[in-house]
Design a protein around this ligand. Structure first.
Ligand code: HEC
Ligand code: HEC
Length: 219
């Protein structure tokens, strides 16, 4: 390689390092287990725990399908049913998220804090990577988990074409770390059941599943 080319390679690497350094660090994990250090069998066990979280009502009530209707499900709701008050979220926003309708915004009820009364509308302050406020919305329809099997959710989560461009377990873990809707699932407000384990444990499980090669179950 010519000297000038070597210098260029060095510069590009240096800037990549600087950019990486600026990216907000996740406080919820320190180390990423080395690729291959976890067996495929253990990987399946980690995925089973991850699915317990991802299929929990605190996640799936937002991660719904193409009808754009959030769900009311889980012990605090008794029966599973579509969101009351004819709420649906047909308006596509940034990154394919779904919120509001012609007549109202989700954020007119779902503010940046939880209601302190049981069955009051929950809420949390959330912002995207650029520091822009994100009001309470549904994820893109690709991230549909409500009623989906373990195999289906697993295959979607690791498919960068359907998961918002996340290439590996670290990128999924970093999303789990930074998105405050996810943190909300462990602090869901009066009367609501939290997602299982803890966010920290869920992130560790995702990284371990990644180190095992992201195996998915048969069903
Ligand atoms: C208030 C609604 C809401 C709740 C509750 C919610 N999410 Fe999401 N989720 C979203 C939105 C909106 C996005 C898209 C964010 C973006 O692209 O910036 C998203 C995206 C994601 C993604 C990245 C895409 C993918 O499919 O890989 C993951 C992972 C995720 N959520 C996990 C969870 C988990 C786990 C829970 C429960 C512990 C949860 N979410 C609860 C709204 C929600
Ligand atoms: C008129 C007020 C109102 C509007 C508008 C509204 N919601 Fe709700 N939402 C509520 C209330 C109240 C609850 C809690 C009901 C309960 O706990 O019994 C709720 C609960 C939810 C839940 C379930 C959270 C959980 O897991 O317990 C989701 C998801 C949700 N709303 C999404 C949305 C979305 C998306 C929009 C906009 C398309 C929206 N809501 C618009 C009042 C509203």
């Amino acid at each position: 390689m010519k000297v000038i080319e070597k210098k260029l390679v060095f510069l590009v690497c240096f800037f990549m390092f600087v950019i990486e350094g600026f990216a907000e660090k996740c406080e919820l994990y320190d180390e990423i287990p080395a690729q291959g250090s976890i067996s495929e069998k253990q990987g399946h066990e980690y995925w089973a725990k991850i699915y317990e979280v991802f299929s929990h009502p605190r996640c799936t009530n937002c991660h719904v399908g193409a009808d754009n209707i959030p769900m009311w499900s889980g012990p605090s709701y008794g029966v599973t049913r579509p969101h009351g008050m004819n709420v649906s979220a047909p308006v596509i926003g940034a990154h394919g998220t779904r919120g509001g309708s012609d007549s109202f915004e989700c954020s007119s009820c779902h503010t940046t804090t939880n209601n302190t009364i049981a069955h009051g509308a929950p809420g949390v302050y959330n912002e995207d990577m650029d520091g822009e406020k994100v009001s309470w919305v549904l994820p893109p329809v690709d991230f549909e988990w409500f009623g989906k099997t373990s195999k289906e959710v697993c295959e979607q989560v690791k498919d960068s074409k359907r998961n918002g461009g996340k290439e590996n377990a670290k990128e999924i873990a970093d999303h789990l770390c930074h998105d405050k809707f996810i943190a909300w699932s462990w602090k869901p407000g009066a009367g609501r059941e939290s997602a299982p384990y803890s966010l920290k444990e869920n992130i560790a499980d995702v990284l371990a599943w990644g180190a095992a090669g992201m195996p998915c179950p048969e069903y």
